[in-house]
Design a protein around this ligand. Structure first.
Ligand SMILES: Cc1ncc(C[n+]2csc(CCOP(=O)(O)OP(=O)(O)O)c2C)c(N)n1
Ligand SMILES: [Mg+2]
Length: 791
């Protein structure tokens, strides 16, 4: 075996001593990485680089016990964001991170402040940073792991892993945690550990006392085992002596803020407090009097989360218990071992150079040897290397490492087109349901892709038209559950039997959970070695409700298809709470998410197919389809598929040098068409532009402009589309959403623009009333045409 290229002799070692050495090493390295970034590395702009030495110190023992004892290669971990440096130090010790890289914390191209799957490399299982989300993702990861395994899609020989989150206690203030707990309970998740770094401090303050009593109860109610690691060995031994019980009671009753303040002040302050309150308790003095201030401080800080033996034993015991989800509440001190330990303002606190000098000498680190492997430890480096190489997590998960891959599932050249009859209206939402239901038959060339599609929805399965697909493919559950209505022969359009073979994950109404599940499904190829084609449906306005989790999924490059429907004013009688306006702008702004709003079923079929392709492509992305319940007459026509994918095509091309064009997006197509017919009587050369994606058009335009900075470049799709129009032509744009999504078209060639759309809250009404009120009607279109023509 080797470590960083050097051979390692097999040395018998004492496990606990090694773990102690490693926690010390991690405390040093994390503090030094941050100090180095702030004080040693040249600083060009005078900005504080930052970092969280106290948050790291709080978690070093927990992380040491996990990575160097409890974890196995197949386990998947979300590390508390502010302990990122500890995580990277661990990877260096494991030989999976280079030493040079440790010097790049928070530097351009270097290690990110919070672990990032995309930027920090293959060792990061789950990105973290937006507190609460990484924690919840572990639960849904375990659900997806079960899905993959029960569908027999997991690679041969890959063992099932545990999903572990190292959780900052303030993360438990995030509501998404409780949404995930509830959903996890419904799905009977297993193999999940949440290890709470319970330092009773957040960013601003010390958290209220006994909050955790409540939280613990919640975990138990949700079927979790809760293991509280309050005291370490030394304190437990003291409690066992005469007077020890009163000491325990005093600590138990001590308010969090006072305990934190005493920790910051040191052993003498603890002594004074103990003597004033417990001085007369028999036996107490015998416990504390022989201790120096320093020893008393160490005793009082000997909490469970800093006691490597307590931690490793608790993890081993839980491991032996089986797969019940388990929450460990590990009491810790924020900044443990650092000069600002326990201080309420320590979250972003950095050691001063003077404090670092002292800390360095306390840690016995010589100048110039700060990065040395076993510097400051009473151990030969070979012994340390040999121990590290022997821990379970050091074994490779696969020869290619921790990040898995799975081949793309072939997508047939054409998806089934929904049946349309001339004169019959069809909405994009029903077309979506029809296309998926047809695929769901699983016949012929669709068999392979049908078996990989997984749908999920937060209680809007039926109302987003997934019903027929679900009837064909069933609902996923680890346990077989019959459909009671069906067994009793009670009429219902939905046949909702649940089984391990089912392909729809039904969620309660919690949009963050939808996006977290999509995130986990969309990482299945890299985490569980199985390619899935995830589709999530949600009402368009409620994308906003789960937006951070959606962004989070995109940040880690999870791949899925989001279908949001209904959308806009067009779901008229539902009123202003349900009528979305800002979503087209979100679709444009969101990285790694190609968003589209087709108007017709044939466009939708092309875009769904495209979505299944790009979600599997190297360098691809997720896809978002904004759909509508408004039925439109369907055109019978040949379709320029590439143009639909690129974001737009001429429904009616303009004459060369035309003075005006109307550009529409989505379900306002009939108004645009009617306005266009009227316009044409006066402007026979006018064009009618169908926009399927402002996002793709805009992105293409940005990319072309970036290319053009390096010399002559091909024009973007939108430049090509607009080229036939006269230089000074006017454009009227219209969509059932915020007008800014298309108003930028005027900037492409410096043309006059009138941008119609919705920029106020909607309200109930029918489509004619609402379109008239919000200016999506023919009259407003024609007024806008006149305005741009007249300049
Ligand atoms: C969603 C979100 N809101 C706010 C923040 C800013 N923030 C970063 S850390 C933190 C408090 C963290 O406290 P805790 O989870 O207890 O971590 P620790 O005490 O271990 O540092 C806050 C509010 C964030 N990262 N994410
Ligand atoms: Mg905290």
């Amino acid at each position: 075996m080797t470590h960083q290229g050097k051979p390692i002799p097999a040395v018998a070692t004492d496990r606990v001593a090694m773990l102690h050495a490693l926690e010390k090493k991690l405390l040093w390295l994390s503090a030094w990485m941050i100090h180095h970034a702030n004080h040693i590395r040249p600083n060009r702009d005078g900005l504080k680089v930052g970092g969280h030495q106290a948050s790291c110190a709080s978690a070093v023992s927990i992380l040491a016990a996990l990575y160097f004892d409890a974890l196995r290669p197949q386990d998947r971990v979300a590390v508390k964001p502010h302990a990122g440096p500890v995580f990277h130090a661990i990877n260096w010790l494991l030989g999976r991170q280079s030493r040079e890289k440790l010097e790049t914390l928070r530097q351009f191209g270097g290690i990110q402040p919070y672990p990032s799957r995309m930027k920090d490399g293959a060792e990061v299982d789950f990105s973290t940073g937006s507190v609460g989300l990484g924690v919840a993702l572990t639960s849904f990861g375990s659900l997806v792991q079960d899905y993959v395994r029960l569908h027999k899609l997991a690679p041969e020989g890959l063992p099932a892993g545990r999903h572990v989150a190292i959780v900052g206690d303030a993360e438990l203030d995030e509501g998404n945690i409780y949404e995930a707990l509830l959903e996890g309970w419904k799905h009977d998740i297993r193999n999940v550990w949440w290890v709470v770094d319970y330092n009773r401090q957040s960013l601003d303050s010390v958290v209220p006392d006994r909050l955790f009593g409540r939280i613990e109860g919640l975990f138990r109610d949700m079927g979790w085992n809760v293991v509280t690691l309050k005291y370490g060995r030394k304190l437990e031994a003291a409690f066992a002596r005469e007077g020890g019980e009163s000491l325990r009671r005093w600590i138990d009753d001590c308010p969090n803020s006072l305990y934190a303040a005493l920790t910051f002040q040191g052993g003498a302050a603890f002594r004074a407090a103990l003597l004033s309150e417990l001085g007369r308790e028999p036996g107490l003095r015998a416990i504390i009097d022989p201790l120096s201030d320093e020893e008393l401080h160490a005793l009082m800080n000997n909490l469970g989360g800093h006691d490597i033996e307590t931690l490793t034993e608790a993890f081993r015991a839980a491991d032996a218990e089986g797969d019940q989800p388990t929450c460990f509440i590990a009491y810790t001190i924020k900044g443990m071992g650092l000069p600002f330990a326990g201080h309420k303002d320590n979250h972003s606190g950095l050691m001063t150079p003077g404090q670092m000098d002292q800390f360095k000498s306390d840690m016995r680190i010589r100048d110039g040897h700060e990065w040395d492997f076993s510097e400051g430890l009473d151990l030969p480096p070979e012994a340390l290397s040999a121990f590290i190489a022997s821990v379970p997590f050091a074994a490779p998960l696969t020869p290619a490492g921790r990040r898995l891959s799975a081949p793309a599932v072939p997508i047939p050249a054409r998806l089934p087109s929904p049946r349309t009859t001339p004169g019959k209206k069809l909405s994009t939402q029903s077309a979506f349901g029809d296309i998926l239901a047809e695929i769901g038959r699983g016949e012929g060339e669709f068999a392979a892709m049908a078996s990989r599609i997984v749908t999920t929805s937060p209680d809007v399965t039926v109302s987003t038209n997934l019903g027929a697909w679900v009837n064909r493919r069933g609902i996923f559950d680890r346990h077989l559950k019959n459909d009671v209505f069906r067994d009793a022969k009670l009429a219902s359009a939905q046949r909702w039997g649940m089984s391990p073979e089912g392909q729809h994950i039904e969620l309660g109404i919690a949009e963050q959970n939808l996006f977290l599940v999509l995130g986990a499904l969309g990482l299945a190829h890299t985490l569980y070695g199985a390619r899935l084609l995830p589709i999530g449906t949600v009402y368009d306005p409620f994308v906003n409700r789960g937006l951070d989790a959606l962004i989070y999924g995109c940040y880690q490059d999870a791949r899925f298809m989001l279908v949001s429907t209904p959308s806009g004013l067009s779901l008229a009688p539902e009123g202003g709470q349900h009528q979305s306006t800002n979503t087209p702008l979100i679709g444009m702004a969101q990285d790694r998410l190609a968003s589209f709003e087709p108007a017709f079923a044939d466009e939708l079929a092309v875009l769904m197919r495209h979505g299944f392709e790009i979600m599997q492509a190297e360098g691809g992305s997720s896809i978002w389809l904004r759909l509508s319940t408004r039925g439109l007459e369907q055109p019978a026509r040949p379709l320029d598929e590439a143009a639909v994918i690129a974001g737009g095509y001429w429904m009616v091309p303009p004459a060369p040098g035309a003075r005006i064009a109307i550009a529409y997006q989505g379900p306002v197509a009939p108004e645009a068409l009617a306005g266009f017919e009227a316009l044409r009587t006066e402007e026979p050369g006018a064009g009618l532009l169908a926009i399927t994606s402002p996002d793709r058009l805009h992105q293409g335009w940005l990319e072309a402009r970036a290319r053009a900075r390096g010399g002559p470049a091909n024009p973007s799709h939108i430049e090509t589309l607009l080229a036939p129009l006269a230089r000074d032509a006017g454009i009227v744009t219209i969509l059932d959403g915020h007008p800014a999504a298309l108003s930028w078209l005027g900037g492409v060639r410096g043309q006059r623009i009138a941008a119609l759309g919705v920029d106020h809250f909607g309200q109930a009404g029918d489509i004619p009333a609402l379109y008239a009120e919000y200016g999506l009607d023919v009259e407003t279109i024609l007024d806008a045409c006149a305005q741009v023509l007249l300049g």
